[in-house]
Design a protein around this ligand. Sequence first.
Ligand code: FE
Ligand code: FE
Length: 197
Amino acid sequence: MRGKTTVYNILKMKKTLKKYLDENRYEHTQGVMYTSAALAMRYGADIEKAEVAGLLHDCAKCIPDAKKVKLCLKNQILMTETEQKNPFLLHAKVGAYIARAKYGVEDEEILSAIACHTTGKPDMSLLDKIVYIADYIEPMRSKAPNLADVRKLAFEDIDVTLFKILSDTLAYLRNSPKNLDSMTMRAYEYYKQQFLE
Ligand code: FE
Ligand code: FE
C-alpha cells in the first residue's frame, strides 16, 4: 500500500492508460515509470512526480497522427514545421495536454517533463532530465549505442548522461535530418555551452 501523502491515484491512471496503449508501449511505460522513480531516489527528486511523469510520458503515443494534429489545432498547441511534417513528434506536447485534460495532472513540473521528453530542451529541470533519461535507458530498450555504459552513468552523473544522450541522438538523427526537431539541436547547443564553461 502507498503512503497517505500520495497525491495521485497511480493505479487508476494505469488502468486508464492500458486502454489507450498497445501492449509494448504499456510495458515501455512501466519501465520508464520505475526507472524515473529510481533516478528520483538517486538525485533527490519527488518520487511520486517522477512516477506519474514516467507513467504518462507516452500517453498520446497511440493516437493516430491526424488526430494528434487536430488536437493541436483545436487546443492552440503550437506545432513546429518539423512536427507538422512528422506528427509522431507531437505525442510529447499532446501527451502533456492529455495528462492534464484526461488524467487531471495540474503539476507544471510533471507536464513539462512529459512535453519535452522526445526532444529535450535548454535548461531542463531535474524532473525533465529524469524522464528524458529514463525513456532512453529503461530495461526494455535495446537499440541505443553503449546502453550498458549509459545506464551506469545515469546513476553517477545526470548532466553528463543528459549531454551524452543528446549527442548520441543528434548523431543518430543526422542520418535522417528531416526527423530532427530544432528543439533537440537547441538543447544540445545549450548543454554543449555549459560543458565548455
Ligand atoms: Fe515518447
Ligand atoms: Fe517513451
